[in-house]
Ligand binder design. Structure first.
Ligand SMILES: [Zn+2]
Length: 348
């Protein structure tokens, strides 16, 4: 090896050190030091080769070797300081007293909230929750509720059929109201009975601001000895006052449902104008809102469930949960409940 070859090797050692040290992490600084500056390191081995050169050459090459050594030592120290400073900086940026990042939890759907409020109100009056299937037999959805086959009242409830037959050969259907839960609860049950049945129902209806093919109902049923219309009136009054405040009023108007006799349409004083009816678009300036259907359980329904109508009597009432939710949350279009636009829900 001649002098210029040695110089070339020396400069290569310098280059490979530079790339090793710039990529070195705190944990391998010592490793880099050993590789280049150790007793058997690359620089030491090169300096050992100087023995075969002339004195003049040794002087020049030795100086170059020592200069590189000094440069390597300085670079090692600088890198070490840099990494140390980085660690200190990272530690300074970590504030353990800061609170965590907020995690959005979400909330219950307004329909669920309305259903919960209705349920809690009625549970305070002694009702307990009963449930039934969404795919129902004709018997429970219509027949036992005093809607015989071909009864015109069936036309009031456009029905989705499931395309399968039940055990008696009749078409299974998606329940059009929560009333079949009343039949299921009453049939062969120990009386007295006091239940509510909140849940989803289905009708083949065109969707608009106040109709949907899937919506929610809540029904109440109380069967006991000597239950009268006065009990129904008192119960609904207490329920509505609990939900909308003590100023809310209830009034009954005659109506028809096949499963009750007599039947009533129940109106509640408008919660928006307080019943003043002055240019109120919600109640159309009548001061009243149709909220529930109700009545005394029809003797035929009691009979269909195996109970003697001479001995037992009861009342039933039902309402659309969406209607209550629209009033509780001030929502004007029913379609909003199913679009699930978070920009709307975040305002509630
Ligand atoms: Zn009004």
């Amino acid at each position: 090896m001649n002098a210029s070859e040695w110089k070339e090797k020396l400069s290569r050692v310098g280059e490979s050190f530079s790339s090793a040290i710039s990529g070195a992490a705190a944990g391998n600084i010592a490793e880099v030091e050993l590789q280049f500056l150790g007793r058997k390191g690359e620089l030491a081995l090169l300096l050992r080769d100087l023995g075969s050169f002339t004195i003049e050459e040794k002087k020049e090459l030795g100086r170059l070797g020592n200069e590189l050594k000094a440069r390597l030592v300085a670079a090692l120290e600088a890198r070490e300081a840099e990494l140390g400073a980085g660690r200190a900086k990272a530690a300074a940026g970590l504030d353990l007293t800061l609170s965590g990042r907020p995690f959005p939890k979400g909330s219950l759907h307004p329909i669920t909230q309305a259903m919960d409020r209705i349920t809690v109100s009625l549970m305070k009056l002694g009702f307990s929750v009963a449930e039934g299937p969404h795919v129902e037999e004709d018997h429970y959805n219509f027949e036992a509720l005093n809607f015989p086959a071909d009864h015109p009242a069936r036309d009031m409830q456009d029905t989705f059929y499931a395309g399968v037959k039940d055990a008696s050969g009749k078409d299974m259907l998606l329940r059009t109201h929560t009333s079949p839960v009343q039949i299921r609860s009453m049939k062969g049950a120990q009386l007295p009975l006091r239940i509510i049945s909140p849940g989803r129902v289905f009708r083949s209806e065109a969707v608009d601001a106040s109709h949907s093919f899937v919506f929610h109902q809540m029904e109440g049923l109380y069967v006991d000895k000597a239950v009268s219309m006065a009990d129904l009136r008192w119960t609904l009054d207490a329920f509505i006052k609990d939900l909308f405040g003590s100023a809310a009023k209830v009034r009954f108007a005659p109506s028809y449902f096949p499963f009750v006799e007599p039947g009533a349409q129940v109106e509640v004083s408008c919660v928006f104008c307080g019943g003043k009816a002055d240019k109120c678009p919600v109640c159309k300036s009548t001061g009243w809102l149709e909220m529930l259907g109700a009545g005394m359980v029809h003797p035929n329904v009691l009979k269909a469930c195996g109970h003697d109508p001479e001995k037992w009597s009861g009342f039933a009432f039902g309402a659309g949960v969406e209607r209550f939710a629209m009033l509780l949350f001030g929502i004007k279009d029913m379609r909003m409940f199913y679009e699930n636009d978070l920009r709307v829900w975040k305002q509630l």
